[in-house]
Structures are given as structure tokens and as C-alpha cells.
Design a protein around this ligand. Structure first.
Ligand code: MGD
Ligand code: MGD
Ligand code: MO
Length: 719
């Protein structure tokens, strides 16, 4: 047959890089970038280039597995698995109500356009509130903080044109992720180099001198968890030096809110912040001035500070910075990004809201509520464990890995053990799949038609991108995630309702039928999108309209709960005091989260090249700290938080500030000890307690800037 090439796009992660998939004798042999793509210019990452091995790996699960009473798994047909699962669900619903059936959609589900919408709609169809996703443990405050402060309908200033970028705790060169208005994963190296050549000024706040920070004009190498202090100081300096955008503030900030914000931040002086955050005072002053003088710019946050103490306050302060400097698109300007898959929406230069984001049902725990159409993931393990009305008894893990990824592993493990029914939709025997009653293998990326649901609204141009399944009849008994929900709905005699109507009963729809139902009201008709794989549609760039003369929305910057938190912070030595059991003499280090080039959360270890490059989730530390602790490279250390301890493999890295351990999450096993740390790493989520120091709005647990003690550990701990 020889070599043929088919065009698709990568779905290892949201970045959605266009790829040419090379086939030799019917097998995928190579992934190539697409040089002529207008946004990506040939860019791919090392993970995406391993897709051939992922698709053809002998260890890939290709047939449904059922756990037998003695614990071993047997292959069964998908029809048998679905019949049995539906029967068990029926009985659970009959005895305990539909809320006892839960789904958790993880990153695997989010790289698959129909997965989340169909899973959500299935839960609506059966009347279950118990829908959860990784979004509520992944910067949920981006949504809630914006709603609480007010949303600028026209959006942030365009990344391609801004003069200053303030990047707070994200690293797109590795993560291919960037927030709102920031550098996206779309070809990040070339894009940043080009923008720097055009004069972009870059300020980075990160305890690590990251791949992004090396490009910064000012790098504030902050003590982890102290971002609220630094951000409050930037606001204070900008307001007291009169560097803010008066006109914008007068028009768009609710009366008295600017004065109250100024009052609440006035003690956050450059000196105070320099001491608390351990950064140079003059650099803070310079950063405030650089950002405020722009003339244009944008500030945005990533996972680091969003997982540290006071994350909602932190996000709110970033909104305040953008507001007081007027960092938004105005009437007559052109927005560079535009969603093609969502319905057409207006973009007016005005504030919508504020809104109450917490409109969902009440959780049984910690006074938290649902938001954004789902329940907070940090309560899910407890909702499973805790008996009583509302207890969850069945969980579908839809492209996720709860045991590895959820904060508070002890609770996650107890939850997995307590479930009456656990179904894992995954192609790997993960830490979670090991507990499953049924494992249903999905069709993987190249085996399904798709669009990039997440990047669609963030590409730096209206960009149309669709792929057909480039492998048509994959070997095995595989279901696309949505097919699982449809098959169960058929058996429960319920209808799944999508924007374009119900998924029909009887004969099986195609992926394209489902995409068409989901995107029935898209700006660009789905039939049109289907004809495009990586084209920018410049003519769709949208001009910002004047504000509606009757609009009364204003930004609310002085929210009582956040002002109270600012006062609390002023009275502390460190934000770690937010955690019970923190002892400044014992917990002298902070453990921060990071991403690794070779892995995507828990995915990567099964791919030979990636595993060889990164065999474990090293505990990266400053070399001087290692000398002080008398620990050498590749030696073991014990890391203990107020909650629990783990064994890490130390590695010196002079890009990390002193007093910090930088470590990737979702490694290790489902056991509570780390004998195999050198081969499979260890789980930082064991160190976390969802009840200790959590964010009261979103429920986000402290997953970064975790106070820990560190000491050398002997090899014997591995035996
Ligand atoms: N301590 C700490 N904890 C964290 C974080 C942190 O920074 N620190 N980060 C948090 C964040 S941001 C997130 S998003 C979560 C991640 O949480 P999860 O999404 O639960 O974790 P992943 O390891 O990404 O799990 C994705 C699973 O999907 C599977 N998969 C891959 N492709 C497909 C597919 O095509 N179909 C299906 N059905 N499955 C597929 C993979 O094999 C993998 O097991 O973890 C969170 N937890
Ligand atoms: N290669 C790769 N890419 C990925 C992933 C992966 O696992 N591997 N995961 C994907 C997922 S699920 C997500 S959500 C995105 C996340 O994308 P990013 O948010 O860009 O994630 P990171 O690269 O971990 O960057 C977080 C940064 O925050 C810093 N940090 C930690 N604590 C603090 C703090 O208290 N304050 C400040 N200011 N900084 C802090 C860390 O040092 C780190 O550099 O990445 C995605 N892309
Ligand atoms: Mo994430």
C-alpha cells in the first residue's frame, strides 16, 4: 500500500495543532506538523508525535473488561457490558433516585467535542444533578470571579496587539495553555518571539524561572501562594500613583467601589509586598508602572495561583487590575478571536452583570453549591462516601482519572472502594480503572470526527477546523464516549436532548450526526465547518459595537468577602496560615504544581519515548536547598504536609527559588506508599485535604503552594 497522508488535528490536548497523519501499510507511522497552517506553521509537541504508539500500542485496551468476583478482568462484548450496566443503574435509580448516578468528565473527555455535551444532557435526561468535570478543579474561579465582578462583553484586548502581557502562574511553552487574552498554545515559541520583536513587554509572576519567564522583561519570582499580596500591591501602586484609566473607571465601576478597593489595598505597599513575597521592591514598582502605562495590555492567570490559597480573591484582583487600567476592547475595535461553533453573540463595549454564579443545587458538604451547570468536584469523593440522602452510588469516569487527579487521594480511594458501580471509559488500566467494575475502551482521537470545542473561541483568528475519522474501522469493540451515554439512555428509555433536538432512537447515529445536533445553532453552519481543516476566516472578525444606551451593568470591585480576605492576609506572615495544622517551624517549604513536556496529567508513562525521557515526577528543588539538606540528585526525600507524606526523587534545578519544591501531579499508584517512586512517581494529591483551607466560593482545594516539610529519606523506605 505504501505511504499515504491524511490531514487531521491533534487531540492530546486542547491546543488542537493541525497534523498530517502518515500511514504505512494501513498503520499510523508518523505525525507531522502542517507548515502552511496560518496559525500553527508546522508546530507540534512531543506528546502529539507519540500518537502512532498510542493508537497501536499492544497494551491499549480494545475490548470491554468486566471485573470478576476474584478481582481479575475478563473481556466481554460492549453489548453485554452496556446491558449489565444499564440494569444496575436502573436498580440504583429505583432505590435511591437518579442523583445517585454521577459522571466525572476529565481531560480525555474534553478533547472530544461530543463527550461533555452528551454526558451532561444524559444527566439532565435521567434527572440527576450529579454531573462533575475536571473544570471545577481547574481554575473554576475564572468563571465565578468574572461573574461576580461583572463581565466586559467585548472581551480582553487582542494578544496580537497588546503592549504588555502580565502572566501570572502559567507556562504555555510547556502547557500549550494560556488564559483569556494571553499567549495560547498555538505555536507558542514563534508567536512569542514575533510579538517580542514587535515590542511586547512581558511580566511574569512565577516561583520558577519557567520557559516563559526566561523571555520576561520583569520576572517576579514570587514565594508561592503570595499572589494576592503582590496583586493588591500592584493595584495600590497604580491607584496611588494615579496611573489608572480615569475615564474608564468613572464610566464603568459601580459608585464608591474604586474608593473602597483603594482603601482595602492601601496597606499593601511595595515594601510590604517585597518582604512578604520575597521579590525586589523596585521590580514591583517597575512592574506596576510598565503594566499601567501599557498603553494596552492584559493580565491573566494559570493553574499555579489558581490552586494556591485564596484563589477567588487572586482572580478577582487580576480582574481589578484589568479594569482599573481599562484593558478591554472598545467600540469600533476589532476582536481577533471569535467562536464559530457557538451561536452568534453581540460584542458591545459594556459590562454585563454582575451575576451570582452559585445558582446550582446545594452540596451536602462545606456549604458549597453547584455552578456552571455542574457540581464541585472537590465534594464528589465525600458525596460517594457519606451515607444519607443524596449519596452517590454509581460513577462513570468519562476520560478522567480520579484516583490520580482529584485532590485528597485518601478520600478518592475510599470513594472508589465505596461505590456500588464504577465504569471507566478509558483505553488504559489507570489508577482509577483498577477499581472499575467495567472498563469501556473508547475510540481514540484519529478514530473519530471532531472539532476543537475549547480553542474554538480562543484561536487568534476565526479559525475553522474539522477532522473526519482518519482511521475508519479501528480494531476492537470500541465506543466513542457519547455512544456509551446514548446506549444507556436507550436501555433506560430516556431521550438525550441536544441543542438541535433529541438523539434519535433505534439506529446508531454517526459522530457527525451528533456534532450537527450539538452545533445546530453555530455561527458558521456545521456543514460549512465540515469542509474546513485549518482555515482562518478573516471576514468573520467582529467589530465591537457601542454600549446599549439602556445598559446599567457596572464592575463591582469591592466585594465584601474579598475585602475581608485582604484584611486577613494583612494579619498573616504567610498565606499558608490559611491551613490548619500549618507550623512555620516544620513546614518550611512550599510544594508547587507544574506541567511536564512529556506528560499530560497522568498520561504519558505508557508511551515508551516519553517514559524514557521522564521516568518519574522528580521533586525539583533549588541546588542550595539540596546542599543544606544534604541531599543529592536522584536521592530520595520525604515530603510531608499537614495531611500526609510521600517519597520524592530529588532533582536540582536552579530555575526554582529557594524554599520551593516543584512537582507534577497525577503520578504514582493507588497504594498509600511509594515503593515504586523511581518508576512511576508519587502522588502529590495525597498531600491535599479538601476540607482544609479550601476556597469558599468554588470549593477549590489548596493544590499548589502546599506547606510541606522536607527531609532526606533512606533507600530502605522503598522496601
Ligand atoms: N495536585 C494537583 N492536582 C491536580 C492538578 C494540579 O495541578 N495539581 N491539576 C488539575 C487539573 S488542571 C486537571 S484538568 C485535572 C486532570 O484530571 P483528569 O482529567 O481526571 O486526569 P487525566 O490524567 O488528564 O485523565 C484523563 C484520562 O483520559 C484518558 N483518555 C485519553 N484520551 C482519551 C479519549 O480519547 N477518550 C477517553 N474516554 N479517554 C481518554 C487518559 O488515558 C486518562 O486516563 O487534574 C487536576 N489535579
Ligand atoms: N505538557 C503538558 N501540557 C499540559 C498539561 C500537562 O500535564 N502537560 N496539562 C494540561 C492542563 S489539564 C492544564 S489545566 C494546563 C495548565 O496550564 P498552565 O497553567 O500553564 O500550567 P503549568 O505549566 O503547570 O504552569 C503553572 C505555573 O504556575 C507556577 N506556580 C505554582 N504555584 C504558584 C503560585 O502560588 N503563584 C504563582 N504566581 N505561580 C505558581 C508554576 O511554577 C508553573 O510554572 O496545561 C495543560 N497542558
Ligand atoms: Mo486542567
Amino acid at each position: 500500500m505504501g505511504n499515504i497522508t491524511k490531514r487531521s488535528f491533534c487531540r492530546i490536548w486542547h491546543a488542537a495543532c493541525p497534523i498530517d497523519v502518515e500511514f504505512t501499510d494501513g498503520r499510523v507511522t508518523k505525525i507531522l506538523g502542517v507548515d502552511e497552517d496560518p496559525l500553527f506553521e508546522g508546530y507540534t509537541c512531543v506528546k502529539g508525535r507519540q500518537i502512532p504508539e498510542q493508537i497501536h500500542s499492544p497494551s491499549r485496551i480494545r475490548h470491554p473488561l468486566k471485573r470478576m468476583p476474584d478481582g481479575h478482568y475478563e473481556e466481554i462484548t460492549s453489548q453485554q457490558a452496556l446491558d449489565e450496566i444499564a440494569e444496575r443503574m436502573k436498580s440504583i435509580i429505583e432505590h435511591h433516585g437518579p442523583g445517585a448516578i454521577a459522571t466525572y468528565t476529565g481531560t480525555g473527555g474534553y478533547q472530544n467535542a461530543p463527550s461533555d455535551p452528551v454526558a451532561r444532557a444524559f444527566h439532565k435526561a435521567i434527572g440527576s444533578i450529579s454531573y462533575y468535570t475536571s473544570v471545577t478543579i481547574d481554575q473554576p474561579m475564572k468563571r465565578t470571579a468574572a461573574m461576580r465582578a461583572g463581565v466586559w462583553e467585548a472581551g480582553p484586548q487582542n494578544f496580537s496587539e497588546v503592549d504588555v502581557l502580565l502572566a501570572i502562574g502559567y507556562n504555555p511553552m510547556v502547557s500549550s495553555f494560556a488564559p483569556f487574552g494571553g499567549l495560547q498554545g498555538t505555536n507558542p515559541f514563534t508567536t512569542l518571539r514575533n510579538r517580542k520583536e514587535e515590542g511586547l513587554k512581558l511580566i511574569v509572576i512565577d516561583p520558577r524561572r519557567t520557559e516563559l519567564a526566561t523571555q520576561a522583561d520583569i520576572h517576579l519570582q514570587i514565594r508561592p501562594g503570595e499572589d494576592p499580596t503582590l496583586l493588591a500591591a500592584l493595584i495600590n501602586i497604580i491607584l496611588s500613583e494615579d496611573l489608572h484609566d480615569h475615564e474608564f473607571c468613572e464610566e464603568w465601576i459601580e459608585a464608591a467601589h474604586l474608593e473602597r478597593l483603594a482603601e482595602a489595598t492601601k496597606n499593601f505597599t511595595a515594601d510590604f509586598a517585597a518582604k512578604r513575597c520575597d521579590v525586589d521592591r523596585d521590580d514591583i514598582l517597575k512592574a506596576a508602572k510598565l503594566f499601567a502605562e501599557g498603553p494596552t495590555g492584559t493580565a491573566g492567570t494559570g493553574t499555579g495561583p489558581s490552586m494556591s490559597p485564596y484563589p477567588s480573591l487572586m482572580e478577582h484582583l487580576v480582574i481589578c487590575l484589568n479594569v482599573i487600567c481599562g484593558r478591554w476592547l472598545r467600540a469600533g475595535q476589532i476582536a481577533e478571536s471569535r467562536s464559530l461553533l457557538q451561536p452568534d453573540t453581540r460584542k458591545r463595549a459594556q459590562v454585563l452583570g454582575p451575576f451570582n454564579p452559585l445558582s446550582g443545587p446545594k452540596s451536602r458538604f462545606r456549604g458549597l453549591r453547584g455552578y456552571g451547570g455542574e457540581m464541585p468536584c472537590t465534594t464528589l469523593a465525600q458525596e460517594i462516601i457519606e451515607p444519607g440522602e443524596g449519596q452517590i452510588r454509581a460513577l462513570i469516569s468519562n476520560g478522567g482519572n480520579p484516583v490520580a487527579a482529584w485532590p485528597d487521594q485518601e478520600r478518592s480511594l475510599e470513594a472508589m472502594e465505596s461505590l456500588e458501580l464504577l465504569v471507566a471509559i478509558d483505553h488504559r488500566m489507570t489508577q482509577t480503572a483498577q477499581f472499575a467494575d467495567y472498563i469501556l475502551p473508547p475510540r481514540l482521537s484519529l478514530e473519530r470526527s471532531d472539532v476543537p470545542p475549547f480553542m474554538d473561541r480562543w484561536f487568534r483568528a476565526p479559525y475553522a477546523c474539522y477532522t473526519p475519522a482518519v482511521i475508519e474501522n479501528p480494531e476492537g469493540d470500541l465506543l466513542n464516549d457519547w455512544e456509551f451515554y446514548w446506549e444507556i439512555a436507550e436501555r433506560l428509555s430516556v431521550k438525550i436532548q441536544l441543542p438541535g433536538g433529541e438523539i434519535p432512537s433505534g439506529s446508531r447515529p454517526t459522530d457527525d450526526d451528533i456534532l450537527e445536533l450539538i452545533y445546530a445553532h453555530s455561527l458558521v453552519p456545521f456543514d460549512e465547518i465540515r469542509k474546513k481543516n485549518g482555515q482562518t476566516l478573516e471576514y468573520l472578525k467582529q467589530e465591537i459595537e457601542e454600549a446599549d444606551p439602556n445598559s446599567s451593568g457596572k464592575f463591582h470591585l469591592a466585594l465584601d468577602d474579598h475585602l475581608a480576605e485582604l484584611q486577613e492576609i494583612l494579619s498573616q506572615q504567610t498565606s499558608a496560615e490559611r491551613m490548619e495544622g500549618f507550623d512555620p517551624k516544620v513546614h518550611t517549604f512550599r510544594l508547587v504544581s507544574r506541567r511536564l513536556k512529556t506528560h499530560l496529567n497522568s498520561l504519558g508513562g505508557e508511551l515508551s519515548k516519553l517514559n524514557k525521557k521522564t521516568p518519574t515526577n522528580y521533586a525539583y528543588m533549588n541546588p542550595q536547598d539540596m546542599i543544606d539538606l544534604e541531599v543529592g540528585d536522584d536521592e530520595l526525600i520525604q515530603i510531608a504536609s499537614p495531611r500526609a507524606s510521600l517519597i520524592g526523587v530529588a532533582k536540582s534545578s536552579d530555575d526554582i527559588r529557594r524554599g520551593v519544591i516543584s512537582m507534577a501531579h497525577s503520578w504514582g499508584s493507588a497504594s498509600s506508599s511509594d515503593e515504586k517512586v523511581r518508576d512511576i512517581g508519587s502522588p502529590t494529591n495525597r498531600l491535599i485535604d479538601v476540607e482544609n483551607g479550601f476556597d469558599t466560593i468554588t470549593g477549590q482545594a489548596i493544590q499548589s503552594a502546599i506547606p510541606v516539610s522536607v527531609k532526606p529519606a533512606k533507600e530502605e523506605v522503598l522496601i
